[in-house]
Design a protein around this ligand. Structure first.
Ligand SMILES: [Zn+2]
Length: 211
């Protein structure tokens, strides 16, 4: 029992961090691809802060549910670690902080000599999940939005950088074309993963993008 509760407590802590890491690893590429697709479909060249923010707000809607679920699960794991495990330890006559046998403590004091936990404060405390969740929900919602915006911003930044580098390369190609050819038009597909869109140069009318 002692070992099992320590294991549960540690797993609850570790899986919270793992979940955030897994979500970030899985969501940043999604944000990158969704940003790139929107960016290409809007058919414009060069950086536009207004359009970038517009696309970011759209992809945040995609990442928000995932972020909310992750934060909610972490909330539950914390509840297991901070309330359920201490409750089970207390019920099994173990120190709530470190599983030291409580029977030995009663002789001296309610404070654990191993970890300093005040076990007396836990006597009669029953874990209440609904109360706990309600009290923290506001903070979880805030954290979910923050996480969602962070993931969208990282993926979006990478998507925008990828497009801008390709457009700079195209402008250089146009300069070379302008100097070496009399043709009216030079065009090619955008770079990966935006090959469905094209960059077009028309003599006298400049560069524009098509979907
Ligand atoms: Zn202890």
């Amino acid at each position: 029992m002692t070992l099992l509760l320590s294991l549960v407590s540690r797993c609850a802590r570790a899986s919270g961090s793992l979940l955030i890491a897994a979500l970030a690893v899985a969501s940043v590429p999604v944000a990158f691809f969704v940003y790139s697709a929107f960016r290409t479909s809007l058919e414009y060249c060069g950086f536009s802060i207004v359009r970038s923010l517009l696309i970011l707000s759209v992809i945040s809607i995609f990442t928000l549910p995932g972020a909310f679920i992750a934060i909610e699960v972490i909330g539950q794991l914390r509840w297991v670690r901070d309330e359920w495990v201490p409750f089970m330890r207390s019920r099994n006559a173990l120190c709530v902080g470190c599983s030291y046998p409580v029977d030995a403590l009663r002789v001296e004091s309610a404070t654990c000599p191993e970890c300093g936990e005040s076990n007396g404060a836990w006597i009669g405390v029953v874990p209440s999940n609904s109360k706990w969740v309600k009290a923290r929900r506001k903070r979880w919602v805030f954290l979910s939005v923050l996480l969602s915006l962070g993931i969208s911003a990282i993926g979006g930044f990478a998507g925008e950088a990828n497009v801008l580098i390709d457009e700079a390369r195209f402008r250089h190609e146009v300069e070379v074309f302008h100097a070496s050819s009399d043709a009216r038009m030079y065009a090619r597909s955008r770079a990966w993963p935006n090959e469905t869109g094209s960059l077009v140069y028309l003599r006298g009318r400049g560069i524009h993008a098509t979907d």
